[in-house]
Write a protein that binds this ligand. Structure first.
Ligand code: GLV
Ligand code: MN
Ligand code: MN
Length: 446
């Protein structure tokens, strides 16, 4: 739980009224007044970013590289090549997490780990995850260019199945690595066609030899796009992340009776979809009253038989609740359980509820947060602290090793959509902050 509520919603009211009219001016001023000389090579990073995003590119400017798909395999192969060309020693673990290691002056010292993920949503954006992995590689390239040897070893990582869109739950690779899930549980996760994570990992040749368990680590950092509106509204290029919203994911099934859509009188129906409609409306009601930053979504709905003239017999759907306040999530889950029961009674259908994931809101390490702040100050940019509404592998890493994240703005707060976009200057500046952060963390004297 966060002691002082770091989510910048309170600040944003000031920014928002200003933002509506002055966004263009603020964007310009952000780049005029806060464009320090970069240590990293922004052009090299951009070339890589564009090349990488040709893999699985969609017509509308996004990418389609869900976990363990053919495009995800090509993206992995490309990354491994680039890691090797940058002089990194590459290892793939039993979950398909990809690590590239650069040794340090003290090769036995605990390593500084940084990275993100390269799986995408179905028809997702080009930035989500990729910025953190290619930004991590750019950190290595910059150290190589400058002939800098760090005290501690460095590892860049691309985690498997962060998105949780093909195989639930999300953050499966980092979840096994940190001991939240066991390997067999992860291998048995099925996509909607019944293919398991384990089979698919084998099929694409990324079931590695390295045991999927935590190394001796000094700390973990992740650069990511914000995926929300606050940095842009604040006119800032960098956010220093204090923690991630907690969340609960529920799988719910209603089982009613199929029947003919014409002759069946309304009072004889047991329509599973009507119950879902009631619950969806209840989610909206709970979030309106349940806590300051509580959000809730019914995002995936599968209906059987899904025919125009048949009353829906069975519906499987998901509920996603998130908040920085663990009690608000707890209360929301309790209330929706009641709503599901009442909806089932009203419609005369059966139901099951499975909570497939619960993560507590947990603040990041103050020392790591301060390291990122110091790096942002060195980079000459203004920043704000904020809490992430999106889930990240950093959440699981934080439970075992000091962790923080760096955010760069998402234009119009859009993410998990093909139109996801971040100004290139912001990606470059965020990567520069990552470079400075890693350098500081990898020094045994600072
Ligand atoms: C992952 O992107 C999530 O926040 O669900
Ligand atoms: Mn992500
Ligand atoms: Mn995502």
């Amino acid at each position: 739980m966060f002691d002082s509520f770091g989510y910048p919603g309170t600040q944003s009211s000031v920014f928002q009224c200003f933002a509506a009219d002055c966004r263009y001016i603020k964007d310009l001023s952000r780049f005029w007044f806060c464009m320090p000389t970069l240590s990293i090579d922004a052009e090299r990073l951009r070339d890589r970013f564009d090349t990488f995003n040709e893999i699985g590119a969609t017509e509308d400017g996004g990418v389609n590289r869900p976990s363990l798909s053919a495009a995800n395999k090509t993206a992995r192969d490309t990354l491994v090549d680039w890691f090797r060309n940058a002089g990194l020693t590459v290892e793939v673990d039993e979950m398909g997490n990809i690590f590239g290691r650069r040794t340090g002056r003290d090769p036995d010292a605990d390593a500084v780990l940084f990275g993100s993920h390269i799986d995408s949503q179905y028809n997702g954006g080009r930035y989500d995850g990729v910025v953190g992995v290619l930004g991590g590689l750019e950190v290595i390239e910059t150290l190589n260019d400058r002939g800098i040897e760090t005290d501690r070893p460095l590892e860049v990582v691309a985690w498997s199945n962060e998105e949780g869109v093909r195989f639930q739950p999300d953050m499966l690779g980092s979840g096994v690595y940190t001991g939240v899930f066991d390997l067999d549980y992860a291998y048995d996760r099925e996509d909607k066609t019944g293919a398991t994570f384990g089979e698919e990992l084998d099929r694409i040749g990324y079931s590695g030899e390295r045991p999927c368990e935590a190394d001796d680590l000094h700390c973990y950092f992740e650069l990511h796009v914000e995926q929300g509106p606050f940095l842009e509204d604040a006119g800032l290029s960098v956010g220093v992340v204090e923690g991630v919203f907690g969340f609960s994911w529920l799988d719910v099934t209603f089982e009613g009776q199929a029947n003919h859509a014409g002759p069946t009188p309304m009072d004889m129906r047991h329509d599973a979809f009507v119950a879902v409609a009631d619950v969806t409306r209840a989610v909206r009601g709970i979030t309106a009253t349940g806590g300051t930053d509580l959000v809730g979504t019914v995002g995936s709905v599968d209906v059987w038989p899904n025919a125009i003239n048949v009353i829906p017999e069975r519906v499987e759907f998901t509920i996603d609740f998130r908040s920085s306040d663990t009690d608000a999530i707890e209360a929301a889950v309790d209330r929706i359980r009641d709503e599901i029961e009442w909806a089932a009674k009203r419609e005369g259908v059966d139901y099951t509820i499975e909570e497939i994931m619960r993560i507590e809101a947990d603040p990041f390490d103050e020392g790591c947060i301060e390291t990122v702040e110091a790096a942002a100050t060195d980079a000459g940019c203004e920043y704000t602290r904020l809490v992430s509404g999106a889930g990240h592998d950093a959440t699981y890493l934080n439970a075992i090793v000091p962790t923080s994240m760096i955010f760069v703005p998402s234009v119009d707060g859009i993410s998990h959509r093909e139109s996801e976009y971040t100004e290139w200057e912001d990606v470059a500046l965020g990567t520069d902050v990552l470079y400075r952060t890693v350098k500081k963390a990898a020094s045994k004297t600072s």
